[in-house]
Design a protein around this ligand. Sequence first.
Ligand code: 13P
Length: 252
Amino acid sequence: MRTPFVVGNWKLHKTIAESLALVTELKNQLASLRDVAVGVAPPFTALHAVARRVEDSPLVVAAQDCYWEEKGAFTGEVAPGMLRDAGCAWVIIGHSERRQLFGETDETVGKKVRAALGAGLGVIACVGETLAQRDDGSTFAVVERHLAGAVGGLDPALAERVVIAYEPVWAIGTGRTATPAQAQEVHAHIRAWLGRSLGAAAAAAIRIQYGGSVKPDNAAQLLREPDIDGALVGGASLAAADFVAICRAARA
Ligand code: 13P
């Protein structure tokens, strides 16, 4: 019922030429893949070129952030409508790196999610606890706070365009992935929260990705869990062979 969705978050990597080389390989190698939705999130500078390159393929393009206003005196910001204009269908919002390094808060995440959905984009809203929060037993409380800020009070009819990415901060870029059981436990908790907040139909439709050191050798076990509906992949999305292997694992 939920088509798995695997997205490569390229973070601050790749020139336009490098982006085109990678996405062209992905397009060719994934041409025969069925029943898995695949996206890439290049840096802003490569979005338009990548989007044009994939327009005749099922690959979709995501931005890594956006602002909540459509225009005005906001130097350096990029509006959701501009992302659509560049060919994006999705935007990642509230990544832990933006929360930790760039002052993103639950409030700004909420404003961005609403603006992006209002502009017609799909949203990948990121939630997840730090190691200190996991150790002191506040994982569920932190995740619920992030969820409330990001999608609390949303119109359940938007569920098809809402994806939650559970990314435990201690698993990002560390090589230390959550075990399938650890991830599934939080994913089930997220789905239950979605059910209470947005209703059963929305909770059943919203895809919940896992992110944090997803690699070809651990993807299949993670993606086999009932509430893990895809992956948000960082480091392993920068090389075509690894990312393709992860996309294939989402189908198996
Ligand atoms: P890594 O896959 O490099 O751990 O990054 C995960 C991530 O932050 C994806 O958004």
